[in-house]
Design a protein around this ligand. Structure first.
Ligand SMILES: [Zn+2]
Length: 165
């Protein structure tokens, strides 16, 4: 178990317990991390000064080309090694991500850039509740969070390897 200092987009700080870093990334990717203070879904490991101001909107990074096989570990960090077996590999993660997107696409109504408006209407009872998806700007996300609407940012769609090259 590892404890990470986490921070939501509104700078609320809290602790999260994870099996390891991958578990944290996985939970982020699946949108399972939510700020206990304001319910914002945009939760990250607490940013260090060096990273401040750097915009990052992808929660999963692509491994370098010809990525190292999983069992290759550079010496040193084998403390949590035993748990690694349970971790999804990168292709598995991509598959899971794909499933999340598929699920969202078939179960959520696409409201495009009206997302914030629609979410607020539903939140205020001005509209029949339904699952919606769409896009929202940072300031819209903030408004939603301020209103107590929980919206979960969706990780970027996985890239289909076969379509590359
Ligand atoms: Zn928060």
């Amino acid at each position: 178990m590892v404890i990470y200092d986490l921070q939501c987009e509104h700078q609320h700080e809290f602790e999260g317990w994870f099996k390891n870093t991958e578990d944290l990334k996985h939970q982020q990717a699946m949108g399972l991390l939510v700020c206990p203070v304001c319910g914002a879904g945009n939760v990250k490991k607490k940013v260090t000064a060096a990273k401040l101001g750097r915009k990052s909107n992808s929660m999963i990074t692509k491994p370098p080309r010809d990525s190292v096989p999983q069992q290759v570990a550079t010496g040193g960090t084998d403390k949590s090694g035993s748990a690694d077996k349970n971790l999804p590999s990168y292709p598995q993660l991509q598959k899971m991500l794909g499933q999340v997107h598929k699920f969202v696409e078939s179960n959520f109504t696409d409201v495009g850039n009206k997302f914030a408006n629609e979410a607020l209407k539903i939140h205020r009872g001005e509209k029949e509740p339904e699952n919606i998806r769409g896009t929202a700007s940072r300031s819209e996300m903030k408004t939603l969070a301020d209103e107590g609407v929980s919206a979960v940012p969706l990780p970027p769609k996985p890239v289909d390897k076969d379509k590359l090259n």
